[in-house]
Design a protein around this ligand. Structure first.
Ligand code: TC6
Length: 701
């Protein structure tokens, strides 16, 4: 087997697991960096080392410990969907559990997924307090398929197991010890010695080989109160909507309570197989790697030195400016916020404070942290104060004239080397940069609303933006918890440029007689958090609208004229009650009919499938044009934009991945059909035509 692995270019068993002896304890160190993913090479290595230690009469106990940064990040995600080579993880873990000598897992860094499942197959677990353990498989569209759904409930009970497995978030070692998942905490810098001493104690005291499979005290709770599963499903239905894996996880934990261990394992295996071969898991695994890919910029290597950012300036204390500031305050970076009028500044400061206080009320922030964060915020009416900032982000009204004026002033104020960023969501960064004598320092940093919550950050590279400015924007973005994606200058960049396609078609559909509620329903059922009209109502219909310049031409114009400006006026496309619950509006339907008649749009029916295709295929087509023009580095970057900026369902992998799953020839055929009926808005891009003709997908670019 070692030779097989070698032939595939994988490390040999000899070096992926190092065996050392400390007295009667064999210490097996996993050393398959960077994360000790349990690929076939490492699995074989562990098996060989465990069997050798078991066979050695001088060895009385075994410690399994991770070398490098962590114990193990779990199964090797790149192996899913490929034929298995060598022993499978469930079989390996059963083998470890059956070893006739105590096996102790010694955990530092992370023990995630198959990593924690490995620890659960050991007879004992010790960990340093900073370690994190968890079963995040659900986030990859699968379930802990190496016994995790059967062993964890036996240790922590089904209620906690549901939280850990269906929630997927890791927990700290101290909390894990509190649940009985970790037997003992070890000193932060003495894990190995502690684990060896622990193993010696187990041997000396003649403690039994506790096998989790044999325990059934904790799962009694699930048998006595089967209603707990229904209640859990109910509580989490909003979060799990559309996903297949959470339900499979719940079913497996139910099975753990109901069935003998081996039958439960068989149930888990069958559920795992269904998920791992499905489209959702393929999409979610793709997103895992796509997110990491987005950080890589071919001509800006990882080691490009970033500029130090000790203080950030934010121009504008409106919704965006306030939200943007909060990101930096949360990360402990001081912010100077500027407004032109005292009133607007005070309003902005108050909103930030209220946001923090509300978070504190929900118990997600300590009261003293509210003050610490507010203490990092300086406010001023003088732009000159930005001279002390290393990064200045302009977040004012979308008006090129105002932005140009601000940047020409900043040019005289900002210190040399300061990065000048605009939060514009559409405008030309190059035109803004041209107002300064330092276009290399100018960049777009487009946050998404609410800016303190949404994870996407479009980093917009201007024609002259310096590489270290790009590296700094990407790095600071990650530091404040965002997922930065590098995009090029074009109207609306990646996200809003594609969104405009959807909006245009949605507007056309309602003039043809499809109701806004039907368009929204189809988009919602597809998995997005809301449809285009709910979204417009939420954002405010009057963004960019004014009574003077807009001429009662569109449905939006007429709605605004009647003061139906969205949720904030309790009426927009929908009517809203005091609790912001939306109901379809007759007034809106009448307005739509009036506009349709004026414009001579023929009324006709559309199926849900047509609504979906007409809203989403032009987005895919636009994504292809974005790639053609080099405004996004890769198709997966576009998908990351849509998942993190607009709530595209992660189980569909983003619009470009989704198009690949449909098949580009099919998408092309539908675009052509719509082009014949509705004109060139549907004209397929050259890239889409080419890929379809070559039998390829966006994944092959
Ligand atoms: C499972 O266990 C199922 C079991 C049942 C089986 C029957 N596999 O994230 P980083 C790569 S499912 C393969 O940048 P960090 C990653 O792509 C698994 N590769 O590091 C990156 O590669 P690049 C359940 C993996 O310190 C490099 O390692 N486990 C895996 O920021 C470094 O990663 C999870 O879902 C993997 N499992 O974060 C945990 N993990 O350099 C997944 C990482 O070529 N992993 N890589 O770009 C993580 O969440 C994080 O990696 C981390 C470390 C928190 C462990």
């Amino acid at each position: 087997m070692a030779q097989d692995a070698n032939a595939q270019g994988k490390p040999t068993n000899d070096n992926v697991v190092a065996t050392a002896r400390e007295g009667a304890v064999a210490v097996l160190t996993l050393q398959s960096g960077p994360v000790n993913a349990l690929g076939s090479g490492l699995r074989q290595g562990i098996l060989a080392a465990i069997e050798a230690a078991e066979a050695d009469p001088a060895v009385k106990a075994i410690v399994l410990i991770g070398g490098g940064r962590m114990f193990s990040a779990g199964a090797d995600i790149t192996e899913f969907g490929k034929p298995q080579s060598g022993i499978g993880l469930p079989e390996l873990l059963n083998r470890i559990e059956a070893v006739g000598k105590p096996v102790v897992a010694a955990i530092h860094g992370n023990a995630l997924g198959g990593g924690l499942e490995t620890a659960l197959a050991c007879h004992y677990r010790v960990a340093v307090p900073s370690a994190k353990v968890g079963l995040p498989e659900v986030k990859l569209g699968i379930l802990p398929g190496a016994g995790g759904t059967q062993r964890l409930p036996r240790v922590v009970g089904p209620r906690k197991a549901l939280e850990v497995i269906v929630g997927g978030s890791p927990i700290g070692a101290k909390a894990a010890a509190g649940m009985g998942l970790i037997d003992e905490l070890a000193p932060e810098d003495g894990l190995r010695a502690h684990a060896v001493a622990f193993a010696e104690r187990v041997v000396a005291e003649g403690r039994p080989l506790t096998k989790i499979r044999d325990r059934d005290d904790k799962i009694a709770e699930g048998r006595d109160d089967p209603g707990l599963f229904a209640a859990f499903r109910d509580e989490n239905s909003r979060k799990t909507r559309g996903f297949e894996a959470p339900e499979a996880c719940i079913a497996c934990i139910e099975a753990a309570c109901r069935l003998p261990f081996d039958e439960g394992m068989a149930f888990e295996r069958a559920e795992f197989q269904k998920l791992v071969t499905g489209t959702q898991s393929a999409a979610q695994r793709y997103v895992f790697f796509a997110e990491r890919q987005a950080a890589k910029i071919p001509d800006v290597p990882d080691d490009t030195p970033a500029r130090p950012i000790a203080r950030v300036g934010v121009i504008g204390a409106g919704t965006m400016g306030g939200g943007i500031s909060m990101n930096f305050l949360n990360a402990g970076i001081p912010v100077t916020i500027v407004e032109t009028k005292r009133e607007a500044l005070d309003r902005g400061l108050k909103t930030i404070r209220t946001n923090y206080e509300n978070t504190a009320k929900k118990g997600r922030l300590k009261a003293e942290d509210v003050e610490t964060r507010m203490g990092l915020l300086s406010d001023t009416l003088e732009l000159e104060r930005l001279a002390e900032c290393d990064l200045i982000i302009e977040a004012v009204f979308e008006d090129m004239g105002i932005k140009k004026e601000i940047f020409s002033k900043l040019d005289t104020i900002a210190k040399p080397g300061a990065i000048l960023a605009s939060n514009t969501s559409y405008l030309d960064i190059d035109a803004i940069a041209a107002m300064t004598h330092r276009p290399a320092d100018v960049i777009g940093m487009h946050f998404f609303s609410p800016a303190n919550v949404m994870r996407l950050l479009e980093v917009v590279r201007g024609e002259k933006t310096a590489k270290d400015v790009i590296a700094t924007a990407m790095q600071i973005g990650r530091k404040v918890g965002k997922i930065p994606v590098l995009v090029g200058v074009c109207h609306g960049f990646v996200g809003n440029r594609m969104l405009a396609e959807r909006q245009r078609e949605a507007n056309r559909l309602i003039l043809e007689g499809v109701t806004p509620w039907d368009v929204d329903r189809v988009i919602y059922e597809f998995g997005l958090p809301m449809g285009p009209f709910t979204m417009s109502d939420l954002a405010g219909l009057d963004i960019g609208w004014s009574r003077e310049t807009n001429k009662s031409e569109s449905v939006r114009d007429l709605l605004c004229e009647q003061d139906r400006r969205g949720q904030k006026t309790s009426a927009g496309f929908y009517d809203y009650d005091a609790k912001r619950k939306a109901t379809p509006s007759k007034v809106t339907e009448e307005i739509i009919a009036t506009v349709a008649e004026r414009q001579g749009v023929a009324r006709k029916d559309a199926t849900d499938q047509e609504i979906l295709e007409r809203c989403l295929y032009p987005m895919v087509n636009e994504g292809a044009k974005i790639l053609e023009e080099g405004k996004a580095i890769r198709a997966s970057d576009i998908d990351i934009v849509w998942i993190n900026g607009y709530g595209w369902p992660v189980y569909r992998g983003g619009p470009m991945f989704w198009a690949d799953t449909i098949g580009l020839p099919k998408v092309l055929e539908r675009l052509r059909a719509y082009q014949a009926e509705y004109g060139d808005a549907f004209k397929p891009s050259a890239l889409l035509e080419r890929l379809a003709a070559e039998g390829k997908g966006f994944k092959d670019l």
